[in-house]
Design a protein around this ligand. Sequence first.
Ligand code: C5P
Length: 227
Amino acid sequence: MKKITIAIDGFSSTGKSTIAKQLAKELEYIYVDTGAMYRAVTLYALRKKYIDADNFSINDLVSDLDNINLKFHYNEALGFAEMYLNGENVEKEIRTLRVSDFVSKVAAVPEVRYQLVKQQQKMGEDKGIVMDGRDIGTVVFPDAELKLFMTASPEKRAIRRYKELIEKGDDVKYEDVLRNVQNRDYIDSHREDSPLRQAEGAIAIDNSDMGLKEQFERILNLANRTI
Ligand code: C5P
C-alpha cells in the first residue's frame, strides 16, 4: 500500500498528539511529536541557565546547539516513543509547566528551528509518518498528502491540560495553565520564523465539542481516502 505523510498542526493542547499516536498505530506509521524536541531543547537551556524568568542568553544556547542530542526511543509497554536528551529519558520532565512556560521563547529562535526542522525532515524521508507540531504542513512537509489543523477554545484546551497535569501529580492551578495556553498561542502565532497558521490545503478540525472517538474516525477516514 502507498505510504503517505500526515502533517498535524494546531494550537497547544488540542489533542494533536493523542490523535496522531492513535492514527500512526492504526496505519503502522512512525509517529513524531515535534513539540517534544522543542521541549527537550528548552529543558537543556533551563538546566544550563541560558534561560530563566528575566533573562534569555540566546547566543549561549545557539553556540551550544551542536551539543544537544535528541533521540526518540520506542517504549514497547507505553506504545509510543519517548524523548531522550543526550542519552537521558526526559519524557516526564519536558511536560512540566515550567518547561511549557519557556518553550515558545526557545522555539522562536531561528537557529533552533533550523536544526530541528532538518532532523524532522530526515525522519520523514521514507514517508509512512504522522508528525505533529506547529509548522509541519507549512515548513517541514509542505508537500504532505494529508494536512490537518486542529483547534479548540482556549478554555477547553486549558481544562484538558490541567486534568492531565493533575493526574500526573503536578501541583498546578487552572488559571496558570490557561495563562500558559494563551501565552503560547500568542507567541507561536506571532513569531517571525514559521508562525503557527493553517497550511495551504489543510483541513481544519475544531474539536471543542468533539469526542476522541468521533475525531479519530473522521481523521482515519480522511487518511484512508488519501492513501
Ligand atoms: O506540541 P507542544 O505543545 O508540546 O509544543 C510545545 C511548544 O513547542 C509549542 O508551544 C511551540 O512553541 C513549540 N513548537 C514549535 N513547532 C513545532 C512544535 C512545537 O514551535 N513544530
